[in-house]
Design a protein around this ligand. Structure first.
Ligand code: C2E
Ligand code: MG
Ligand code: MG
Length: 647
C-alpha cells in the first residue's frame, strides 16, 4: 500500500494529482454508506438523490482510475484506460443530467410525458453515443505515445461537445427553475445556484490547468451542501415516534404525480391524547407513540407510517388485503392495554380507512381532506369507520364545487340571484321578497345553495359570497323601487373580518334605503357567535337595516338567545308544517311565543291549500312558499308583480 501511494505521488511520473480526488472518494463512500443506512422517506426525490450520490462516487472513481491507468499504460493495456475514460465522461454528462432531474422532482413535476423532458434528454443521449464510440472515431479524446509505453492524453476535435451538453443541461435546469420559481423553495434555488457556481469554478480551473483534478472535491462539496440544506433524511422523521412527520406527508402528497401513490389509507387519532399527556407526562406519552409505530411496523414492515399531528397517524398500504389486515390488527391491539414503563393504559382511537380511487384529483384536495374534512367527521357509534366509494365521490364533488365557486366569484359568472315573493296576509299583497342564490355551471349543472353554501362556509368563501349577494340584491333594489322589503340570506361565517363596514359601504354605493333590506341570520350563526352577532346587528341596525331569524325550529332553537337579539321578523322553518303531533305542538308554541313578543312571523314552505289555511288560522302574518310562487329570476318576478297588480 505504502509503495502504491508513493508511486502515485512521485512528481513527474503522475499526470495528475490524485490526492484531492482520493480524499473525495473516501468521503463520498462514507456519505453513501451513511445515507443508505439512515431511515429515509421513500420519495422519488430521496431515491434520486441516492442515485446522484452513487453516480458522483462512480465519476470520482473513474477519474482516479483513468489517470492511474494512463500512468501505468506500460503495464496495463491501454484499452482499459480508454474504456474507463469513456465511462468517466459519460458519468459526468449523467451527473449534470441528474442535477436537472433532481430539481425537476424536487418541485414535484413529473418527468414522464413532458415534452421538455425529451428535449433535454436527446442531446445527452446523442453525446453518450459519441462518448462510447470514441475508440472508433477519437472525436472526444485519444492517447498519443510519447515514449515507449508512455502515453499522453489529447483532446479530440469534438471534446467541446461535452461542455456544450453539460452546459445545456445546466441551462435547462436554470430555465426550469426560473419558470417554476414560485413552486420552488427558496433554499432549493439557493442550493441550485451554489452548486452551479461550484461546478463552474471546477470547469474553469480544469480548462486552464487540466492536471488539477478538482471535480471530485467540488462534487463532494455540492452533495454535502445539498444534504445539509435541503435533503436531510432526518428532517422528514418525527423525533418522538420515529414515524415520518407531517412535512414528509405533505411532500409525499404534493409529489403524488411523481410517486406511484399508494391508495389504501388508514387514519387514526388517539382520543384525549392531550389530557393523557398532561396526566402521565410527555416522556410516557412519547413512549406510547413510539410503541404504536413499532407495533405497526411489526404487523407490516412495508407500511408508510406518518405521524401528521400530535396524536394522529396516517398509514398508507399497498393493497386492500394489507389494509384490512392492518385495521384488524389495530382493532385487536387497542382492545388491550399498552404497558409502558410501570403503567398500563387502554387507549381509545378513532379510525377511518378508505381507498382513494381518483377521489383526489389534485394535491390540494388531498391535503384539504386529511387536514380539514377528516377531523370534522362524525364517528357515530363506531370508532372504526370505512369511508366507502360513495363517500369518497362526495368528497370529490365537494372539492369540485369549492373550486368552481372560487372560479365563479373570480370571473363573476355562474352565480346569480332569484327572488321569491312573500305574501302579506293582513294587507293581501306581495311586498316582501326573499333573495336566494343560484349556481349554474357547465360541468356540474345546477347546484342548489343547500349544497354549496355549507361548502363555501367551511372553506372560507362565505364572506365573498355575502358581498356578492349584497351587491346583487342592492342593485336589484335600486332597479326595482316597487319591491318593498328584500330578505337577504347571509352566512357571516367570518365575523372576524368585520363585515358590517363593508356591508354598509355596498348599501351606500347603490344608494338604497337600508330599511328595505332585511338580513336573514340563521340560528346556528347567532348561537355560535352571540357577541359578534349582537355587535353586527347593532352596527347595521342604527342605519335602519332589519334582521330576520331564519329557519327557526330547524336546529336546536335557543329561544333565550333569540329574545335578546333585536330581530324584527321570525321565519319558521318548513319542517314545522309536517303532520306530526309533537311538531304541531311545537309549531303552536312557537307562534304563541312570537305573538306575545310582538314579532311578526313568516312561515316558509307553504305548498298546499291546507297549509295555507292552517297558517291563516294561526294568524301568521307572512306566507312564503310554492303555493304562491317559486323563486323567480328578476324578469319573471317583474311579470309576476304586474300579474298581481303590484307594479
Ligand atoms: P332558506 O333561507 O330557508 O330559504 C328557503 C328555501 O326554501 C329556499 O331553498 C326556497 O327555494 C325553499 N322553498 C321556498 N318555498 C318552498 C316550498 O313551498 N316548498 C319547498 N320544499 N321549498 C321551498 P333554496 O333556494 O334551495 O335555499 C336553501 C338554503 O340555502 C336557504 O334556506 C338558505 O339557508 C341558503 N341560501 C339560499 N340563498 C342564499 C344566499 O344568497 N346566501 C346564503 N348565505 N345562503 C343562502
Ligand atoms: Mg332564508
Ligand atoms: Mg329559511
Amino acid at each position: 500500500m505504502a509503495e502504491l501511494l508513493t508511486t502515485w505521488f512521485i512528481p513527474g511520473k503522475m499526470h495528475c494529482n490524485y490526492f484531492l480526488e482520493l480524499c473525495s472518494l473516501v468521503f463520498m463512500v462514507a456519505i453513501v454508506i451513511a445515507y443508505y443506512s439512515r431511515k429515509k422517506f421513500p420519495t422519488a426525490v430521496f431515491k434520486l438523490f441516492g442515485v446522484c450520490l452513487i453516480s458522483v462516487t462512480i465519476t470520482i472513481s473513474c477519474d482516479i482510475l483513468s489517470c492511474y491507468l494512463l500512468d501505468n499504460a506500460d503495464r496495463i493495456p491501454l484499452f482499459w484506460c480508454e474504456a474507463i475514460t469513456e465511462l468517466l465522461y459519460f458519468s459526468q454528462i449523467f451527473c449534470s443530467y441528474l442535477l436537472f432531474a433532481y430539481i425537476f422532482y424536487s418541485i414535484g413535476k413529473t418527468l414522464r410525458f413532458e415534452p421538455r423532458y425529451y428535449l433535454t434528454i436527446v442531446p445527452s443521449v446523442i453525446c453518450s453515443v459519441i462518448i462510447f464510440t470514441n475508440c472508433l472515431h477519437h472525436g472526444i479524446f485519444r492517447f498519443v505515445e510519447i515514449g515507449s509505453g508512455v502515453y499522453d492524453f489529447e483532446y479530440g476535435p469534438a471534446y467541446f461537445l461535452l461542455y456544450v451538453i453539460a452546459g445545456l443541461n445546466v441551462v435547462s435546469t436554470v430555465i426550469y427553475a426560473i419558470t417554476f420559481r414560485k413552486s420552488m423553495h427558496v433554499k432549493l434555488i439557493f442550493v441550485l445556484f451554489t452548486v452551479i457556481a461550484l461546478l463552474l469554478v471546477a470547469i474553469i480551473i480544469h480548462l486552464f490547468q487540466p492536471e488539477h483534478l478538482l471535480y471530485g472535491i467540488v462534487y463532494t462539496m455540492a452533495m454535502v451542501f445539498i444534504i445539509i440544506t435541503v435533503n436531510d433524511p432526518d428532517e422528514k422523521v418525527d423525533r418522538i415516534s420515529k414515524a415520518f412527520n407531517n412535512e414528509a406527508f405533505v411532500e409525499y402528497i404534493n409529489n403524488q404525480r411523481t410517486e406511484r401513490q399508494r391508495k389504501h389509507f388508514i387514519v387514526f387519532d388517539i382520543e384525549s391524547f392531550g389530557m393523557f399527556n398532561e396526566k402521565f407526562g410527555s416522556l410516557y406519552a412519547n413512549e406510547v407513540l413510539s410503541s404504536i409505530r413499532k407495533f405497526i411496523e411489526g404487523v407490516n414492515k412495508k407500511t408508510y407510517i406518518f405521524k401528521t399531528h400530535s396524536s394522529r397517524f396516517v398509514l398508507m398500504l399497498r393493497n386492500r388485503e394489507e389494509q384490512l389486515q392492518m385495521v384488524a390488527a389495530i382493532r385487536h391491539r387497542f382492545s388491550s392495554s399498552f404497558n409502558v414503563k410501570d403503567k398500563s393504559i387502554i387507549l381509545t382511537i378513532n379510525l377511518f380507512y378508505f381507498e382513494n380511487n381518483g377521489a383526489f384529483k389534485n394535491t390540494d384536495s388531498y391535503k384539504d381532506f386529511v387536514t380539514r374534512t377528516l377531523p370534522t367527521l362524525n364517528f357515530n357509534d363506531s370508532n372504526f369507520v370505512e369511508l366507502d366509494a360513495k363517500f369518497m365521490e362526495r368528497i370529490n364533488r365537494d372539492r369540485r364545487i369549492k373550486e368552481i365557486l372560487e372560479q365563479c366569484l373570480r370571473e363573476k359568472r355562474g352565480l346569480y340571484m332569484v327572488y321569491q315573493p312573500i305574501y302579506d296576509v293582513n294587507n293581501k299583497e306581495f311586498n316582501h321578497f326573499e333573495a336566494l342564490i343560484r349556481l349554474d355551471n357547465d360541468e356540474l349543472g345546477f347546484v342548489g345553495p343547500a349544497e354549496f353554501i355549507p361548502i363555501a362556509e367551511s372553506s372560507g368563501l362565505a364572506n365573498e359570497i355575502d358581498y356578492f349577494v349584497l351587491n346583487e340584491t342592492c342593485a336589484f333594489l335600486a332597479r326595482n323601487p316597487q319591491v318593498g322589503i328584500l330578505e337577504v340570506n347571509i352566512s357571516c361565517a367570518e365575523f372576524f373580518n368585520n363585515p358590517s363596514s363593508r356591508f354598509l359601504k355596498i348599501i351606500k354605493e347603490h344608494n338604497v334605503d337600508p330599511k328595505r333590506i332585511c338580513l336573514e341570520i340563521t340560528e346556528t350563526i347567532a348561537v355560535k357567535y352571540p357577541e359578534k352577532t349582537k355587535e353586527f346587528m347593532a352596527d347595521l341596525g342604527q342605519y335602519g337595516v332589519q334582521f330576520a331569524m331564519d329557519d327557526f325550529g330547524s336546529g336546536y332553537s335557543n329561544i333565550a338567545r333569540f329574545i335578546t337579539l333585536p330581530f324584527s321578523i321570525a321565519k319558521l322553518d318548513k319542517t314545522l308544517l309536517e303532520e306530526s303531533k309533537n311538531i304541531k305542538i311545537f309549531f303552536d308554541s312557537a307562534v304563541n311565543l312570537f305573538k306575545s313578543l310582538g314579532i311578526p312571523i313568516v312561515i316558509e314552505g307553504v305548498e298546499t291549500e291546507t297549509q295555507l289555511a292552517t297558517s291563516k288560522t294561526k294568524k301568521i302574518e307572512f306566507i312564503q312558499g310554492y303555493y304562491f310562487s317559486k323563486p323567480l329570476k328578476e324578469e319573471d318576478l317583474q311579470k309576476f308583480l304586474v300579474a298581481n297588480k303590484i307594479a
